[in-house]
Design a binder for this molecule. Structure first.
Ligand SMILES: C[S@@+](CC[C@H](N)C(=O)[O-])C[C@H]1O[C@@H](n2cnc3c(N)ncnc32)[C@H](O)[C@@H]1O
Length: 234
C-alpha cells in the first residue's frame, strides 16, 4: 500500500482534526470518568447532542419500545431519569389524552425538558424535579419507564419499593439498561439482568414481560407482586 505524501504544513491540521474527532466521540464517556456521578448530567445542551442524536433511533428503537409498553391514549406515564426528553416527548405524543411526567434530579435537565415540552406544544408533558430517593410524582401513574437510569439509583431496592405507591392498579415498571456491549453506560456501572430481577423481586415485583429486540440493552417490564396475606407470611 502507498501512503499519500503529507506536506509538513498539513500535518498539524490533520492531527488537530483527528484529535477533535476523537474528543467528540469520547466526550460523553470521558465526562463520565472525569466528572464522576454527581456532576455528570449538568449540561443539558451538551447531553442533548448525545441523547437526542437521530442515529440513536437505530438501536434504541423508540417506536417499538413504546408499542411494547401497551399504553392506552389516556395512560399516565412517568419517565424517571428523563434527562433531555428523548423518551418523554415520544411518550407524550403516544398518550394524547393522558399525561407524562418526566422526572430528573438535575435542575438543568428539568428546565430543559420543560422548555422542550413547551416548544413542541406538548401540553400533556410535565417536567418534575425529583429527589434522589423519591420521584415526587404529583399523582399515581399506569406505567413507569427507566431508560439507562436504573443504574444511577443509589438505593435501588428502596427506591423501587417506594415506586409501588405511585402505581395505579394494574400499573407496571419498565426497565431498559445497557448490557455488556460497546458504548453507552460505563462497564463498571452496568448491572446484569439477573441482578435487576433479583433486586426488583426484593422490592416487591414480578416479571410481566421481557423483550429481546434491543441490540444493546435489556428490556424487562415488571408488575407489583400480589401482596401476601398475613397468614401466608407467617
Ligand atoms: C443516562 S441518563 C438517561 C437519559 C434518558 N432516560 C434517555 O434515555 O435519554 C440518566 C438520567 O437519570 C438522571 N437521574 C439519576 N438519578 C436519578 C434519580 N434518582 N431520579 C431521577 N433521575 C435520576 C440523571 O440526572 C440523568 O439525567
Amino acid at each position: 500500500m502507498v501512503w499519500p505524501k503529507l506536506r509538513p504544513a498539513f500535518l498539524p491540521r490533520a492531527w488537530l482534526l483527528l484529535w477533535l474527532a476523537t474528543a467528540a466521540l469520547a466526550a460523553p464517556a470521558l465526562g463520565q470518568i472525569l466528572l464522576g456521578e454527581e456532576a455528570r448530567f449538568r449540561d443539558a445542551q451538551q447531553w442533548s447532542r448525545v441523547f437526542d442524536d437521530p442515529l440513536r433511533d437505530r438501536w434504541q428503537k423508540p417506536a417499538q419500545v413504546i408499542r411494547a409498553l401497551e399504553l392506552k391514549p389516556g395512560s399516565r406515564v412517568a419517565d424517571i431519569g428523563s434527562a433531555t426528553g428523548y423518551f418523554a416527548v415520544r411518550l407524550a405524543r403516544a398518550v394524547p389524552k393522558g399525561r407524562v411526567f418526566g422526572v430528573d434530579i438535575e435542575p438543568e435537565m428539568v428546565r430543559f425538558l420543560a422548555e422542550r415540552g413547551k416548544k413542541e406544544g406538548l401540553g400533556n408533558l410535565t417536567s418534575i424535579a425529583g429527589a434522589p430517593d423519591d420521584p415526587k410524582l404529583p399523582e399515581a401513574v399506569d406505567v413507569m419507564v427507566l431508560v439507562d437510569a436504573y443504574h444511577h439509583l443509589s438505593d435501588r431496592v428502596g427506591y423501587l419499593s417506594k415506586l409501588r405507591r405511585y402505581l395505579r392498579p394494574g400499573g407496571r415498571v419498565a426497565i431498559i439498561d445497557h448490557i455488556d456491549t460497546p458504548g453507552g453506560t460505563l462497564r463498571s456501572k452496568r448491572i446484569a439482568p439477573r441482578r435487576i430481577k433479583d433486586e426488583l423481586r426484593r422490592a416487591g415485583y414480578v416479571v410481566w414481560r421481557e423483550h429481546a429486540f434491543l441490540p444493546m440493552q435489556y428490556f424487562v417490564i415488571f408488575k407489583p407482586a400480589p401482596r401476601k396475606r398475613a397468614r401466608e407470611i407467617e
